[in-house]
Write a protein that binds this ligand. Structure first.
Ligand code: NAD
Length: 473
């Protein structure tokens, strides 16, 4: 008898307990060698006073287990609650979010019968680091962080995934025509990693037109790798256009753990009615079985599930006039169990190989030459530019001189235009003449000068050149 793999299980909120019950019933009947360790997380814990929706003692159970199968969570209304998902992803370093989005036409109605796309979303960086500030009464800012290391991990994961799953192409979406540095770095790393996988096609799209094509002609895509925010939005779009968001599962993979869940939420309005579709969580559990080294059981379950769909046995969300039998959540689970060992006849049966080995970084990083060139000082000022310009244009520290003032990125000095709409956040750039450098002490002195003039500094950024190129916008 093979040793059972310990897995942490959270039933979650809303429809979570029902869909988890149906899923575990199928796993047991299929002979999955797993040993569930149930933990409680979610709404009840939030309301008991745990701001992350989880008792910190639960980490021990999650760490001891090889994987975590999680039901959807309800985040209570009101402030002060942190996203449990973000906490789990960042704490366990689950950097890769894998969301296969497949059409099951003609058994599930969709406008995209040939769709078979896997979204590989970066899971830790971008705007999701949650670093946000209310800088002034009327201005808020979020920090978008993209690192070379984070980009390489996810891009390499996408190419390894493509190779192991016999996929032909990895497409990258970014907005590097606008965010030349942050999205530009992601794109650059993508090109460097792609060069190491000559057997896999690669292409890059600007995210807006890429998203439009994904919604319109998803069959032209295969694997798509993208930064966190675009991935979050577009994976929901991709799941929805397959026919139902209730059909997609997702894996969150890291070097020290993995979490598996349905894409959808806790659907409170249908909770407790035995009508929810358990398929999203079941397909997440299939991904989990592949991950923990039980690919044959995973394929057996998914093929029985495909056969169930094909036989027209449908839950309410996908039931239509050509369906044969309307079933509830638990009955759907029993129908899948009855078909274990069968394969679909029209839909493509699945096979899975041994688990995907985590891709390890392989690009060489050289330490570039950096030089400090100046400082951007962000000022909170209600009123006209001229009210403070005279004061700050005379500040001279070392080689630093005022070169530019912008408002929401638009140049307002020198040679501003009268039509530019200005808010209370001003960016004042002090920078050296070409060929010169400055010290950090000089840059800090600029901040002191603002302070002496009772001007309110809300943020500052050092300006560098990296390998001779300016490294700021
Ligand atoms: P939702 O996904 O719960 O529901 C959206 C719509 O899809 C609803 O009409 C719902 O009835 C339907 N639906 C969802 N899953 C279904 C299923 N399995 N079978 C049949 N129909 C299904 O999204 P929402 O209403 O925006 O969010 C509800 C709660 O879920 C919120 O508290 C939200 O914060 C939470 N949420 C949690 C997660 C998670 O835990 N990963 C993800 C998204 C939302």
């Amino acid at each position: 008898m093979p040793q059972k793999t310990p897995i942490a299980i959270a039933y979650g909120d809303g429809i979570g307990p029902e869909i988890m019950e149906a899923t575990l019933h199928i796993l047991k009947a299929a002979g999955a060698q797993v040993e569930p360790h149930v933990i409680e997380i979610g709404e009840k814990l939030y309301l008991k006073g745990f701001p992350t929706g989880m008792d910190p003692q639960m980490w021990d159970t999650i760490r001891r287990c090889k994987a975590f199968l999680k039901g959807p969570i309800t985040t209570p209304q009101g402030g002060g609650y942190k996203s449990l998902n973000v906490t789990i992803r960042t704490t366990l370093g689950l950097y890769a979010n894998i969301r296969p989005c497949v059409s099951y036409f003609p058994f599930v109605a969709t406008k995209h019968p040939e769709m078979d796309v896997v979204i590989v979303r970066e899971n830790e960086e971008d705007l999701y680091t949650g670093v946000e500030y209310q800088q002034t009464p009327d201005v808020c800012c979020s920090l978008k962080t993209i690192s070379r290391q984070g980009s390489e991990k996810i891009v390499r994961y996408a190419f390894e995934y493509a190779r192991q799953n016999h996929r032909k192409k990895v497409t990258c979406f970014t907005k590097d025509n606008i965010m030349k540095l942050s999205d530009g770095l992601f794109h650059k790393v993508y090109e460097a990693v792609a060069a190491e996988y000559p057997d896999i096609l690669h292409e890059h799209w600007i995210v807006d037109i890429g998203a439009a094509r994904l919604a319109d002609t998803p069959e032209i895509f295969d694997v798509i790798v993208l930064p966190n925010l675009y991935g979050d939005i577009l994976s929901d779009v991709a799941a929805q256009i397959t026919g139902s968001v209730g059909l997609a599962g997702s894996a969150n993979i890291g070097d020290h753990g993995a979490m598996f869940e349905a894409i959808h939420g806790s659907a409170p309005t249908i909770a407790g009615k035995n009508v929810a579709n358990p398929s999203g969580l079941l397909l997440a559990a299939v991904q989990m079985l592949v991950h923990v080294g039980q690919p044959d059981i995973a394929a057996k379950i998914q093929n029985a599930w495909l056969k169930t769909l094909e036989d027209g046995v449908h839950t309410q969300d996908i039931y239509k006039n050509t369906s044969k039998k309307l079933v509830g959540t638990q009955e759907f689970g029993q129908e899948v169990v009855q078909r274990l060992g069968k394969t679909p006849e029209t839909l493509k049966p699945v096979t899975y190989a041994a688990p995907t080995k985590h891709a390890t970084p392989a690009l060489t990083y050289t330490t570039p030459k950096r030089q400090l060139l100046g400082i951007d000082v962000f000022l909170y000022h209600r009123g006209a530019l001229n009210d403070f310009l005279a004061k700050i244009s005379h500040i001279n520290i070392g080689n630093l001189r005022l070169k530019l003032i912008t408002n929401r990125g638009a140049k307002v000095w020198p040679d501003g235009q009268p039509e530019t709409f200005c808010i209370e956040q001003w960016r004042c750039r002090y920078i050296v003449e070409e060929g010169r450098g400055c010290s950090q002490a000089d840059a800090v002195q600029i901040l002191h000068s603002f302070d002496r003039m009772n001007l309110e500094v809300i943020k500052s950024e050092m300006l560098y050149s990296v390998d001779g190129k300016t490294a700021f916008s």
